[in-house]
Design a protein around this ligand. Structure first.
Ligand SMILES: [Zn+2]
Length: 156
């Protein structure tokens, strides 16, 4: 029962059961999906997660690793087209001690960076400068990222 409760409360398990716009889901693939972070470290901060409730990269199947890798690439390409960032932070926090807000369900952060953006501290920062509303960002990046993901997953 405790495990079932944890899964019920897990944002990465519940988000795919909601509508895309409501959960800010950008793309759904077979084993994993892309969602915007509602508490972004920077504009365009997205996350890639498996549908399965597993804690570590080491728990993923090979197919999940491959698909998640492709979705990370698609996120980078789509964000480059949509927002023209100067760089990215891409990373995974495994375990609460490493700064994972949701340690039970592994996810990859993709955070666009611009020259001169404020004081970026990927794990501990409380200062989050969000110049654009989440919904606006969602609308402006979704098509680009989904287009890249469709093209890349079809390539096989
Ligand atoms: Zn979960």
């Amino acid at each position: 029962v405790e495990e079932a409760d944890r899964i019920r409360e897990c944002i990465f398990c519940t988000a795919p059961r909601r509508r895309d716009e409501e959960a800010l889901i950008i793309y759904r693939a077979r084993l994993s999906y892309i969602m915007m972070n509602k508490y972004p470290y920077n504009t365009g901060h997205v996350m890639v997660a498996p549908y399965r409730h597993v804690a570590s990269l080491a728990d993923l199947s090979r197919d999940e690793v491959v698909e998640i890798g492709v979705l990370v690439q698609a996120s980078i390409k789509g964000l480059e087209k949509a927002l023209s960032p100067d760089g990215f932070n891409v990373g995974v926090n495994i375990g609460r001690v490493a700064g994972a807000g949701f340690a039970e369900h592994v996810h990859v952060h993709i955070v666009p960076r611009w020259l001169g953006d404020t004081n970026f501290m990927p794990v501990i920062s409380d200062t989050r400068v969000i110049p654009q509303a989440l919904e606006d960002t969602y609308r402006s990046i979704r098509g680009f990222i989904a287009g890249e993901a469709d093209a890349m997953l079809k390539e096989g």
